[in-house]
Design a protein around this ligand. Sequence first.
Ligand SMILES: NC(=O)C1=CN([C@@H]2O[C@H](COP(=O)(O)OP(=O)(O)OC[C@H]3O[C@@H](n4cnc5c(N)ncnc54)[C@H](OP(=O)(O)O)[C@@H]3O)[C@@H](O)[C@H]2O)C=CC1
Ligand SMILES: O=C(O)[C@@H]1CCC=N1
Length: 273
Amino acid sequence: MSEGVGAKLLLVGCGKMGGAMLDGWLASGVASRVVVIDLSGVPQSLEGDGRVAAASGPDALPDGFVPDVVVLAVKPQVMDGALPAYRALVRPGTVFLSIAAGKTIAYFQRVLGEQAAVVRSMPNTPAAIGRGMTVAVASPAVAQDQVALCDRLLHAVGDVAWVEEEGLLDPVTAVSGSGPAYVFLLVEALARAGEASGLSPDLAMRLARATVCGAGELLHQSPAPAADLRKAVTSPNGTTQAALDVLMGPQGLQPVMDAAVAAATRRSRELAQ
Ligand SMILES: NC(=O)C1=CN([C@@H]2O[C@H](COP(=O)(O)OP(=O)(O)OC[C@H]3O[C@@H](n4cnc5c(N)ncnc54)[C@H](OP(=O)(O)O)[C@@H]3O)[C@@H](O)[C@H]2O)C=CC1
Ligand SMILES: O=C(O)[C@@H]1CCC=N1
């Protein structure tokens, strides 16, 4: 496949994450043809799109369809049952791009064969609006043009970082893969605290949501470090300082975040089994 020509993708699992990425690939033109294997078939929103077709399994692909990329986007717990059937698709011109938490390159090579070209990646749900963050690592069997193709696919839904050390994918999953959930929880917690201080539920949620969205966009648009943006809100001996004395104290956010990220990192390692 030469650069500038859309890729042929086989998407295995078209749920929350796979579906969000598919939208980005079609919108950007980085994919010209996508066959979807999912228990629910092609998402309703894509029915009638001539670039997208459904298949019931890897042995029922449309005639002549040879994927450049097989995107593995099923739950890690489903992977063991699903993956062996894809062994037949292993060939030098096809790269397997996994987004599954925990599942290692060694795991894919054990099931698919040593010669399988595998990229392991960890995206996040802001990919649905083109603002994802993905970290990826390539196995030695992946050719340079396949790295470039995966890079184009991942860039179509946001920012991308490549790492050499696969072990980093576990803490990456804990920080950016799961991270959007921590931010949404912050909105919920801030709204509940507002309610506890006397605001109506509707107003508390409106304020919490707008504050996280606005602060996120300010962070996005500003070159300033997060700590500087925080300091810009914090008047000496003012209200923010009173709150930060709690949030930055010994029982504050940092030990809780350390424990949360450590728990998610451990879980990512467990999912490798
Ligand atoms: N959600 C997230 O924030 C992120 C998820 N990931 C990873 O993405 C992967 C998918 O997660 P997510 O999108 O959240 O999960 P979903 O459950 O939303 O998507 C998985 C999809 O796979 C389908 N499916 C189940 N079995 C098979 C099969 N044998 N063949 C083909 N499709 C099948 C499911 O159908 P049905 O629903 O009918 O069972 C579902 O549509 C996971 O491995 C996860 O670790 C990575 C980063 C972030
Ligand atoms: O919760 C999970 O396991 C997946 C991986 C990262 C985000 N969601």
